[in-house]
Design a protein around this ligand. Structure first.
Ligand code: MRU
Length: 365
């Protein structure tokens, strides 16, 4: 997508030596700064510290992490050690494991001297595929928005989203935002309710930044306001992303998503989840029992980052010093609360049957 007139992706090969460039998402919206990542350990740290984040981008970053590892040492033991280190960076987004399994599977049969070039090629393929997948998700989701718009006599379609499932969370386009960008670009009037998304505020910091840079009308709301705007008929549909969706359609996404699904059900608001197929974990069948939920530092709950009027980025304490806090990063929305899953192959009910019909090659006999 474009930032101040220039086209960007979230990850790229920076130079002929093979260093990897990323946008530092910890500094947005205050500073648009790029970082150069020079080895696999740095990439693992960038994933863990959320310099890069969002399930599809975590997958692409891990793939480039493997390329950096192969650049420094393509031997078998280093291949395995790098994959294990990257896999440990974050637990919930299954795209991380998916990308690493793919890279390891493609690299291991090769003689060591061919691994470096192959790793960069496969990482680039994962990045390009992500862009194509998100464009396809955008086209399917656009049909949904168009149907709602048809009944609104030119009034904007109001879409609520949580966290950042935008282009910053992917290589480009985003998942939840791809239909929104396409609707806006084709002249359909849309307005997005952007939930701030405590504790790390990906909605306020990232989604609000993205949408406003692209000129999409939006309003930032506190997380707790989502139910209120639904009750007052101001939300036509919810679209969120996911970090891992099970074979039966249970959806893990940023903490707070479940509460929005409950509010949506209570108010008759359709609740859609946009997801690329690498986010589907066909090995799991019960999201609440089986999806590992990341617990991050309590400091992200007790402290908050912002910029002063002079632009200095500061962190301040919100809570009594020394109190106990818990920081669950994701929750699981049961399939029964999901109206539909928007995938690159089309829209399906959140069910084993629906997912199996769209992805028959994933169904184990
Ligand atoms: O902790 P984050 O910022 O990596 O969490 C991101 C989300 O929860 C997104 O909604 C999800 O990864 C889907 S991104 C297309």
């Amino acid at each position: 997508m474009r930032v101040d007139g220039r086209q960007w992706r979230t990850i790229w090969v920076e130079n002929e030596a093979g260093d990897v460039g990323v946008i530092d998402q910890t500094l947005l919206p205050h500073r648009f700064t790029c970082r150069v990542v020079g080895d696999a350990a740095e990439m693992a740290a960038a994933i863990c510290d959320m310099v890069v984040r969002g399930a599809p981008l975590i997958g692409a970053s891990a793939a480039y992490g493997m390329a950096l590892a192969m650049r420094s040492n393509p031997a078998d033991d280093h291949l395995d050690a790098a994959a294990a280190m990257l896999a440990a960076a974050r637990p919930t987004a299954v795209n991380l494991r998916w990308a690493l399994d793919r890279l390891v599977g493609q690299l291991r049969p090769l003689p060591a001297h061919l691994r470096r070039a192959a790793a960069y090629k496969h990482a680039a393929a994962i990045a390009d595929e992500d862009v194509a997948i998100n464009q396809a998700i955008g086209c399917h989701g656009l049909d949904l928005i168009r149907k709602v718009a048809d009944g609104k006599a030119g009034k904007p379609v109001n879409i609520l989203t949580h966290c950042n499932a935008g282009w910053l969370a992917t290589v480009d386009w985003g998942t939840a935002t791809a239909p929104i960008y396409m609707a806006h670009d084709t002249g359909l009037p849309v307005h997005v309710w952007v939930e701030e998304t405590r504790p790390r505020n990906q909605g306020a910091a990232l989604t609000a930044w993205e949408l406003s840079k692209h000129g999409v009308p939006m309003s930032l709301i506190a997380d707790n306001a989502g139910g209120h705007v639904m009750q007052h008929g101001q939300v036509d549909m919810v679209i969120v992303g996911t970090d891992r969706t099970t074979a039966n359609g249970d959806v893990a996404n940023k903490i707070g998503t479940y509460l929005k699904a409950l509010a949506a059900r209570d108010n008759g608001v359709p609740f859609y989840v946009a997801l690329p197929s690498p986010t589907i974990d066909f090995s799991l069948h019960d999201g609440i029992a089986d999806i590992p939920i990341e617990e991050r530092s309590p400091r992200e709950v007790t402290h908050i980052q912002g910029a002063t009027e002079s632009g200095t980025i500061v962190e301040v304490n919100l809570a009594p010093v020394g109190i106990t806090a818990r920081n669950y990063a994701f929750d699981v929305t049961p399939a029964r609360l999901v109206t539909g899953l928007i995938t690159e192959r089309g829209i399906t009910p959140a069910s084993s049957e629906g997912l199996a019909a769209l992805f028959p090659e994933q169904v184990k006999p």
